[in-house]
Design a protein around this ligand. Structure first.
Ligand SMILES: [Zn+2]
Ligand SMILES: [Zn+2]
Length: 349
C-alpha cells in the first residue's frame, strides 16, 4: 500500500520521520560539520601545508590527512560508505564528497557534498627553518679522538649554549642537541650560527676543526641547498689520564684550549706544553683515569713508599725526596701496575 508524502505529495512505500526517503534525504544530511572551519598553516617560503602536527608537501597529502581526520571534523548520521576530500585552498573551502545514506530505511546510497570553510595562516615550515633532517643546514659534531667526551667537555659545550641563550640570542642557538656516539651533535639552522658556537667553544676547549659540505637538495626558490658538517675533534688525552711521552710516564693534570699540563711520574715535576697536532701525535694514553687502581699509603721509609691497593696487595715504590710530601701515610693514591714498574699517582686535592 502506497502512502502519500506530506511534503512532496508523492506516493511512497514508507515514511522515515514522517517523510518520504527523497524528502528525508534532502532535509537530513549524512554529514554535519563539527567545526566551523578547517585550519591549515601555509609556509610562506615553500608552500608546504601544516595540518595535524605535520608539514605536508602537497595539497594531495593534505587531502589524505583531512580524510583520515574526518571523524573529528564531521558528525555522521546513518551510514557513511566512503568519503573523499577536495581542497580549494585559494578559494577558502574544502569539500567532502560522501557516499552513504542518512537512514538505513532509505534503500539506496547516494552522494552528498559538504563544504567546510578552510582558513589559512602563514608560517615558516620546519624544512625552511632547517628543522628537517634532509635539510639540516649545519651540524656541529663534537667528538673526542679515541674516547668519549668527558663530563667537563660536555659541560663546556652546554656552558656556551647557556651564554648564548642568556644573551637573548635565540637565532644563534641550535634547534637540537643530541648525545651521539660518545659525543654531541648540535643542529643549527644557519652555518653562521654554527660557526659562532664553534668560535666560542674554542675559547674553552682545544680541538681540531674538520669541515665538510654536501649538497642535500634544492630549496623552495630553486637554490641548491648544502648541509655543512663541522666536526670538532678533541684530543685523545683528558685530565686524569696516564700517558707516555718521550719514553716517560706522565699524569695529564690539565688540558686547556692552548696548553696541556703534565705531571712527570718519576720526578713529580710539572711540565707545560703548547697543544698542537704534532705534540698530540707523540703522546700515547697508557691508562684512563677510571682504569687506575686505588690504594692507601701504609708507611714511608726513606725514599720508599709502601702502598696497599684496594685488592690488598702491597707495593714498594721509590719516590724522589722532592715528592715525598705528595705521599703521606694514610693518604689515598692512584696506582698503575705496569710490567716492570709501579706508578703512584697523587690524588687530586
Ligand atoms: Zn517527499
Ligand atoms: Zn617551507
Amino acid at each position: 500500500m502506497k502512502i502519500l508524502c506530506p511534503v512532496c505529495g508523492k506516493p511512497t512505500d514508507r515514511l522515515i520521520d514522517g517523510l518520504c526517503p527523497e524528502c528525508y534525504r534532502r532535509s537530513r544530511r549524512i554529514m554535519e560539520p563539527k567545526r566551523d572551519a578547517l585550519r591549515v598553516k601555509v609556509c610562506r617560503k615553500c608552500g608546504r601545508l601544516y595540518y595535524k602536527d605535520e608539514w605536508l608537501s602537497s595539497s594531495e597529502e593534505l587531502a589524505m590527512s583531512v580524510e583520515k581526520d574526518l571523524p573529528r571534523l564531521v558528525k555522521v548520521r546513518g551510514e557513511l560508505r566512503s568519503a573523499r576530500v577536495s581542497l580549494y585552498i585559494d578559494k577558502g573551502f574544502a569539500e567532502v564528497h560522501a557516499v552513504g545514506r542518512a537512514d538505513s530505511g532509505i534503500d539506496f546510497f547516494y552522494e552528498e557534498t559538504l563544504r567546510i570553510p578552510l582558513k589559512t595562516e602563514y608560517s615558516i615550515c620546519d624544512w625552511c627553518l632547517g628543522k628537517v633532517s634532509k635539510k639540516k643546514s649545519a651540524i656541529v659534531q663534537v667528538r673526542a679522538s679515541e674516547r668519549e667526551l668527558s663530563n667537563d667537555e660536555k659541560k663546556a659545550v652546554y656552558k656556551v649554549l647557556d651564554e648564548l641563550s642568556s644573551s637573548g640570542n635565540a637565532e644563534a642557538l641550535p634547534w637540537d642537541v643530541k648525545e651521539e656516539a660518545g659525543g654531541l651533535d648540535l643542529y643549527f639552522s644557519s652555518p653562521r650560527a654554527a660557526r659562532e658556537v664553534v668560535r666560542r667553544l674554542s675559547e674553552r676547549v682545544y680541538f681540531e676543526v674538520l669541515e665538510t659540505s654536501k649538497k642535500v637538495g634544492v630549496d623552495g626558490s630553486g637554490h641548491e641547498k648544502y648541509q655543512s658538517t663541522i666536526r670538532l675533534l678533541l684530543p685523545h688525552i683528558a685530565r686524569g689520564d696516564v700517558v707516555l711521552y718521550r719514553n716517560e710516564y706522565f699524569l695529564v693534570k690539565d688540558v686547556d684550549p692552548k696548553r696541556v699540563t703534565l705531571l712527570n711520574l718519576s720526578s713529580y715535576e710539572k711540565e707545560v706544553y703548547m697543544l698542537n697536532k704534532s705534540l698530540l701525535s707523540r703522546i700515547s694514553v697508557i691508562a684512563r683515569a677510571n682504569e687506575l687502581k686505588m690504594g692507601v699509603v701504609v708507611y714511608t721509609a726513606g725514599d720508599k713508599v709502601h702502598v696497599m691497593s684496594n685488592d690488598y696487595k702491597v707495593y714498594e715504590v721509590d719516590i724522589p725526596p722532592s715528592a715525598r710530601k705528595l705521599f703521606q701515610e694514610e693518604q689515598t693514591v692512584g696506582l698503575l701496575v705496569l710490567e716492570n714498574k709501579v706508578l703512584l699517582i697523587p690524588s687530586p686535592p
